[in-house]
Design a binder for this molecule. Structure first.
Ligand code: AMP
Ligand code: GLY
Length: 422
């Protein structure tokens, strides 16, 4: 079968890499892809939100399955678009319908869902223009720090955490007044949870589900978890503090009620669910849902899946996931994200990357790269995810750092302390 993967980052490169290992997969197309996916399949110059262009490509390349990497096409309704089109209706889309992608696309929707299904999460209230004047009094019910979130998608920037009450009130007003455009028409204020974060993933056909390896992502740009938030500067899997007892709480208190809740609400969810969790003294709380896999988490999670990923996705599409097997490798995988100096602020791109060849002990997943005239150039903030396997996390990290140390491009930067806190 030919497969189309939507997206252009390290997650999509890792998906393409893994799916290309399946005997059942013939050709892989990636829209728009990057220099890494170019080495595995065919990149299509199509924006992943241009549904009409995607339709034309699906028909022209006889695509049998579409795997959606990022959230934007899901929130914009790519799955619904396929179901409504008689030429596309039989082609499975791995990723939820628009109504379910709201778990990621609307924080207010996600919080209300969590509360309806009794799933542990921070206490909250949602405000808009009509009741913004009550936000100050609600903030007073919490001790600092204060957590303020724009309801909609805000390119990862929509969460503000501040220490001073006056600043929190100002931020709430700024968000409602349009700081994040439409994404901030509603604003969620919630209790601050103190703990350590991790990312847990399942794949589901809407009835049964399989637990994928968990991961810990390092979101801040600076060492010691300092500086601005980024898309993720590195990741490790497994997560040492996610032991048997903690993960059984995650299953019982979070995963089971989420999948059951979706069914009860008549939502036929087919795809990945990413649970952004906080471990608060051994108890898991949901910080956020995402309707997709994480990035850079995918670059450590996917290499630990031993089974044929295509067969699992086929199970999602056919609704017989329960009968499919999922075997996980018990080794450790770590990834170090090499970024353009200046990221997540402004940075230059278009620099040639050297040292990519001959890395047998390592999987270099491309995030922001472009293939041009036989060269691989930087084309984004996050450039390469250097993923390595080891018997222990220490071995894996040593290999990731050894490999990152011999790949070069101008103005590169990476954190030297991934895994430091574990
Ligand atoms: P989100 O986009 O909801 O994942 O939030 C971005 C980041 O803000 C999270 O990864 C957390 O580090 C932090 N955060 C969000 N909500 C809370 C909360 N209720 N308590 C503490 N930290 C939070
Ligand atoms: N690394 C976090 C995310 O993919 O949202």
């Amino acid at each position: 079968m030919n497969i189309l993967i939507l997206g252009s980052g390290g997650r999509e490169h890792a998906l393409a890499w893994k799916l290309s290992q399946s005997r059942k997969v013939s050709r892989i197309f990636v829209a728009p892809g990057n220099a890494g996916t170019h080495s595995i399949g065919t990149n299509l110059r199509i924006d992943s939100e241009d549904f009409d262009a995607i339709k034309t490509a699906v028909i022209a390349h006889e695509i049998g399955m579409v795997v959606v990497g990022p959230e934007a096409p899901l929130v914009a309704g790519i799955h619904d678009y396929f179901l409504k089109d008689e030429c596309l209706v039989d082609i499975p889309v791995i990723g939820p319908l628009k109504s379910a992608a709201r778990l990621e696309g609307s924080k207010d929707f996600a919080k209300a869902f969590l509360v309806r299904h009794n799933i542990p999460t921070a206490a909250y209230r949602t405000f808009d223009r009509t009741n913004a004047m009550e936000a100050g009094a609600f903030l007073r019910t919490f001790n600092p720090p204060y957590v303020i979130k724009a309801d909609g998608l805000a390119a990862g920037k929509g969460v503000i955490i501040c220490n001073a009450y006056e600043e929190a009130v100002e931020e709430v007003n700024a968000v409602i007044s349009g700081k994040f455009g439409e994404a901030g028409e509603k604003v969620v204020i919630e209790q601050f949870l103190k703990g350590i974060e991790l990312s847990v993933f399942i794949v589901t056909d809407g009835r049964s589900w399989k637990l994928l390896p968990e991961a810990k992502d390092y979101k801040r740009v600076g060492e010691g978890d300092t500086g601005l938030n980024t898309g993720g500067m590195g990741a490790v899997s497994p997560v040492p503090f996610a032991g048997r007892e903690f993960m059984s709480k995650v299953r019982e208190r979070i995963i089971v009620p989420t999948v059951k809740g979706l069914r009860e609400e008549g939502i036929d969810y087919k795809g990945f669910i990413f649970f952004g969790l906080m471990n608060v003294d051994g108890d898991p709380y949901v910080i956020e849902y995402n309707a997709r896999l994480g990035d850079p988490e995918s670059e450590v999670v996917i290499p630990r899946i031993k089974s044929d990923l295509f067969e699992l996705l086929e199970g999602v599409a056919n609704g017989d996931l329960e009968r499919r097997s999922l075997e996980i490798d018990d080794s450790c995988v770590t990834t170090v994200m090499m970024v353009s100096g200046g990221y997540p602020g402004s940075y230059e791109k278009g620099f040639e990357i050297s040292g990519l060849e001959g890395r047998d002990d390592c999987m270099v997943f491309h995030s922001g790269t472009k293939y041009s005239d036989g060269k691989v150039l930087t084309s984004g903030g996050r450039v390469l995810a250097v993923s390595c396997r080891g018997e222990t996390m220490k071995d894996a990290l040593e290999a990731s750092y050894r490999n990152a140390g011999s790949i070069t491009f101008r103005n590169l930067y990476y954190r030297k302390d991934i895994g430091f806190d574990l």
